[in-house]
Design a protein around this ligand. Structure first.
Ligand code: HEC
Length: 228
């Protein structure tokens, strides 16, 4: 994970949560992690997505914390203190290079400034593969090899610290529920977030499988684990 600055304590806590999330067993579509059948677009699906959004701290970066009633809930950066500084400048010297300012975006379904113009599949692909919805076609992706299985030949990844490398291990139905909540369960809120800065390769070097680990994760127990 590239170096970053801003509320590092909270970020550490979040990483712990993400590791727990990554341990959630993947189950086939048509059931939640609790094995309850759930229909696409249903209120149950939207509420499942809401729960995942709250307990995965989406609002910690995208606005509103863990409180869906808060002003600016998931509406994206509204002040510079919600931005992240990625790179050498995240340490003691704020003018050190490289330095990229990245900005959690507006996740509400507003058509011009939020996710309104993207499909639930594009949001799913952002969470599973880290692909920017704006630059990635609305297709089913079946590979992580560039140019194969609809994975873009030149992928444009979301800027850090968006934690998709951990969330790509969540099950299909969990990610679909999050997408359903964002598209169907939120009121649109107009808030234009400036583009994040980034390297020319759109973070491809930072997000190779050799860096972020394989998916699916290696079988239990790995060298760091033990059978209880
Ligand atoms: C640690 C901070 C952080 C957390 C937590 C976080 N995000 Fe993000 N997210 C970002 C940043 C930064 C971007 C902007 C990336 C860019 O501009 O390339 C982003 C971008 C996105 C995008 C792409 C939006 C677009 O218009 O391109 C989606 C979708 C998204 N996040 C969903 C989520 C969801 C859902 C959660 C919770 C499950 C979440 N994020 C939690 C930091 C975060």
């Amino acid at each position: 994970m590239p170096m970053l600055r801003r509320s590092s304590r909270k970020f550490g806590l979040m990483v712990t949560i993400l590791v727990l999330a990554a341990c959630t067993k993947s189950t086939p579509a048509a059931s939640t992690s609790a094995d309850t059948p759930i229909a696409q677009g249903s209120k149950e699906q939207v509420l499942a997505g809401r729960q995942l959004v709250v307990n995965h701290d989406c609002g910690g970066c995208h606005g509103g914390g863990a409180n869906p009633a808060a002003t600016g809930w998931l509406a994206g950066v509204r002040s510079p203190d919600q931005e992240f500084h990625i790179g050498a400048c995240s340490f003691a010297n704020p003018t050190a290079k490289p330095c990229f300012i990245t900005r959690p975006r507006n996740l509400t379904p507003d058509n011009t400034t939020g996710l309104g113009r993207f499909t639930e599949r594009q949001i799913f692909n952002a969470l599973r593969f880290g692909l920017r919805p704006e630059d990635t076609p609305d297709v089913d992706i079946t590979s992580t090899t560039p140019g194969q299985g609809n994975f873009p030949a030149t992928p444009h990844f979301l800027a850090p610290p968006m934690p998709w490398p951990s969330w790509r291990h969540m099950s299909d139905q969990e990610l679909q529920a999050i997408a359903a909540y964002l598209k169907r369960g939120l009121a649109p809120s107009s808030n234009k977030v400036a583009e994040s800065e980034g390297p020319p390769d759109f973070w491809a070097g930072a997000y190779a499988d050799s860096v972020i680990g394989p998916r699916p994760v290696r079988p239990f127990p790995t060298v760091n684990e033990r059978v209880p």
